[in-house]
Design a binder for this molecule. Sequence first.
Ligand code: GSH
Length: 206
Amino acid sequence: MLRILGRNNSSNVQKVLWTCDELGLSYERDDIGGPFGGNHEPQYLAMNPNGLVPTVIDDDIVLWESNVIVRHLVRKHAPNDLSPDDPVRLAVAEQWMDWQQTVVGPAIFPVFWGLVRTAPEDRDAEVISAGRDRLEKVLSILDARLSVTAFVGGEDFSMADIPLGIMVYRWFNLEIERRDLPDLARWYQLLTERPAFENNVMIGLT
Ligand SMILES: N[C@@H](CCC(=O)N[C@@H](CS)C(=O)NCC(=O)O)C(=O)O
């Protein structure tokens, strides 16, 4: 049985949970990280030396890095469907997944952390505001992409939609001003119609 270590309100854990449900995979999940702790115990660090979640145990392999876990699961269980076989389409999907990790994740972090994980009296309004501006700029790049393709990777839903879909749920649910990004909104609406997204991502921000 696939085992997922990580609390379900972590965006990086949600990528794995959403993927498993898209693929119809059964799994066991342990609450690790955040208030649950456990991620700095020697036993956990032996599996994931970063002390972060998620970590996945799949038969005889232990994997960390959420986007890599998503890629591993879709290639193992749904090749050519969620992970395109064609090398060009695959490169495009991976490009957007890496862009989520390197650009969108860092852009959303100060906004999410400031508004969700920081007590109102401790918030730095300037940092949150600058973060919001940066996030909007970054997501306008995704909006432009989605004005030419139905989904992030192309005309069909694929693994490329998963990491970014979770970021965009946060964009639409954080208490911030939002410029209208019409193609982003159209794509987000499509995601909300997927049970695997609804059940694992649309669970509020905590
Ligand atoms: N690049 C890693 C980042 C993992 C990460 O930053 N996880 C956060 C939660 S989203 C974490 O473990 N935070 C510490 C904690 O939950 O205790 C990945 O994508 O898996």
